[in-house]
Design a protein around this ligand. Structure first.
Ligand code: HEC
Length: 211
């Protein structure tokens, strides 16, 4: 557990351990089917909400996906939990494509903010991007069954660090009026988008009707 907690803190350096760890422990306990970890945790509405969200995601999965998800390693499950815990906008209808288009819009909002020297526009867009909506059923149903394994999903950790971590840094740079620094952070964010697409997405919109 200590090792796993460290791993999670790597994701979430900005979050206070006291507030977050019970949440992660509950979430992990839930996912791992061990309720031993939950004993010393205060019952809080937010924990119940996360628990319900997770159970809801798994409930929505078809058996072939559910089986694969349950077969993932503890490390992978902890990584997934850490990513989920960084977000608090869960949708019960949005697809990942719809979420990605919102992400693109926020990305463009960042660029517009930088170009118009609007620190507020850049910072707000960056924070929305970092806390993008989670699509219905979570991320996993959209990644393809062939990607639901420990090797592939271990990559999500670095994509998340790159995109969301740098978006939060960018928001802080914009808050401080440092648009040069904000502009420099666009490159790593963009690399994170592209890296994730390379692994988890094929070329969008390809026609089956072309030879
Ligand atoms: C966790 C991995 C991941 C990251 C990080 C990621 N994407 Fe995506 N993105 C995907 C996947 C998977 C799809 C394909 C979804 C589908 O077709 O169901 C996608 C699709 C898209 C699409 C096409 C939507 C469509 O209608 O076909 C856009 C645009 C997009 N992403 C933008 C971005 C931007 C901008 C970023 C970075 C700020 C980003 N993505 C970061 C995984 C990711």
């Amino acid at each position: 557990m200590i090792h796993q907690n460290k791993k999670i803190m790597k994701f979430m350096p900005n979050l206070k351990t006291k507030k977050v760890m019970p949440l992660i422990s509950i979430a992990a306990a839930l996912l791992l089917g061990s309720f031993a970890l939950v004993s010393n945790v205060n019952a809080e509405a937010s924990l119940d909400k996360l628990k319900a969200t997770l159970e809801g995601q798994i409930d929505l999965m078809k058996p072939e996906l559910e089986t694969k998800v349950k077969g993932l390693s503890t490390d992978t499950k902890m990584s997934m939990m850490a990513i989920l815990a960084m977000h608090n906008r869960y949708s019960d209808k949005a697809t990942l494509r719809q979420v990605m288009l919102e992400v693109l819009q926020d990305y463009q909002g960042i660029v517009m903010g930088i170009m118009t020297d609007s620190s507020e526009m850049a910072a707000d867009s960056a924070r929305r991007l970092a806390n993008h909506r989670i699509p219905v059923g979570g991320l996993l149903p959209y990644l393809g069954l062939e990607n639901i394994n420990d090797e592939r999903l271990s990559l999500l950790e670095s994509f998340n660090d790159t995109v969301e971590g740098n978006s939060i840094k960018l928001a802080k740079a914009a808050d401080a009026g440092d648009m040069a620094k904000a502009a420099n952070l666009l490159a790593p964010i963009t690399s994170g988008c592209v890296a994730c697409h390379d692994v988890f997405r094929s070329k969008p919109g390809v026609s089956e009707l072309l030879k």
